[in-house]
Write a new protein. Structure first.
Length: 300
């Protein structure tokens, strides 16, 4: 009988989980597993953070190594990759299933997967696409990207889905982190545009930002569908496919955006780098393309 089988026949009938890291996200994860009756062992570098969870049914561990020994399924949610290495330095990982939800780069995730393999553990990396209040609330839409051991994901998928939805993106351990950072990078780009838009109207007493917000949200939602056209153009290599507003026309319009910013007393530093890339692409490839060619300029 395997260790996993023994654990699944525990009193609750649920897979025991060890969780290392009890920050805001770790605490949210812990509470969802406790609410779902999973036996939970917890450890945090600052022991006091575990007190409330112990009162809710979690079992405290005196060290990370002790916590790892308590369960086959070990979930890590720490500050950074270095923290993971430090916490697990003395732990026996042989036969363990290590799920790392710590935010890292793709290269760090791949290196950590090899590090875990050398120590006899199966490894799964995760990128959490949610904030703590979304954990345990299915209707909030949060989910976690997972990549790495297919067998680990298939075996523990039900347990991992308790806090948030799961999306497996392949055996390359770096792909969860890559998906995570790619989506968040797009988010920050969107926020940059949002902040520039609000800056433009901020000095106009007759324009209420609360009234303006629905217009902005509706416009961004309408434009979001353009990602599918960009993806299709990248796959086909034809950047003129399905073009509605070609590059030459869009570059010709950029002086108006810059002039408006100047007239409103707003810095154009969020827009200008992208406009510069558009102008470079126009000079190199001509004006019949869509904006997709900017992707090529970003590749080094």
């Amino acid at each position: 009988m395997t260790a996993n089988t023994r654990e699944k026949t525990s009193t609750s009938g649920k897979t025991p989980v060890t969780l290392l890291g009890l920050g805001a996200m770790g605490t949210a994860l812990a509470r969802t597993w406790l609410a779902a009756d999973h036996p939970l062992t917890v450890w945090n570098r600052t022991p006091g953070r575990a007190a409330r969870l112990v009162g809710e049914g979690a079992k405290p561990a005196g060290s990370a190594a002790e916590a790892v020994a308590a369960s086959t399924l070990v979930v890590v949610c720490l500050l950074d990759d270095a923290s993971v290495g430090e916490a697990l330095a003395e732990a026996d990982l042989a036969g363990k299933d290590l799920v790392n939800l710590t935010t890292t780069t793709p290269a760090q995730a791949r290196a950590r997967a090899e590090w875990a393999r050398e120590r006899g553990a199966r490894y799964l990396d995760g990128g959490i696409m949610a904030v703590p209040p979304m954990i345990g609330v299915p209707e909030a839409g949060g989910y976690v990207f997972y990549s790495g051991s297919t067998e680990l994901f298939e075996e523990h998928g039900e347990t991992l889905a308790v806090p948030a939805g799961t999306r497996y993106v392949g055996e390359d351990a770096g792909h969860a982190a890559l998906h995570d950072v790619a989506l968040l990078s797009a988010m920050y780009g969107m926020f940059a545009g949002v902040h520039h838009a609000f800056a433009l109207i901020s000095k106009e007493e007759s324009i209420d930002p609360v009234t303006f917000a629905p217009l902005l949200a509706e416009w961004l939602s309408a434009m979001a569908g353009g990602v599918h056209l960009t993806a299709d153009q990248l796959r086909s290599g034809d950047y003129t496919k399905g073009v509605v507003s070609h590059l030459a026309m869009q570059v010709a319009g950029t002086p108006t955006f810059l002039a408006t910013a100047e007239q409103q007393g707003v810095s154009a530093e969020l827009l200008r780098p992208y406009f510069d890339l558009m102008a470079r692409r126009l000079a190199e490839a001509g004006g019949e393309e869509d904006l997709t060619g900017v992707v090529d300029l970003l590749l080094r």
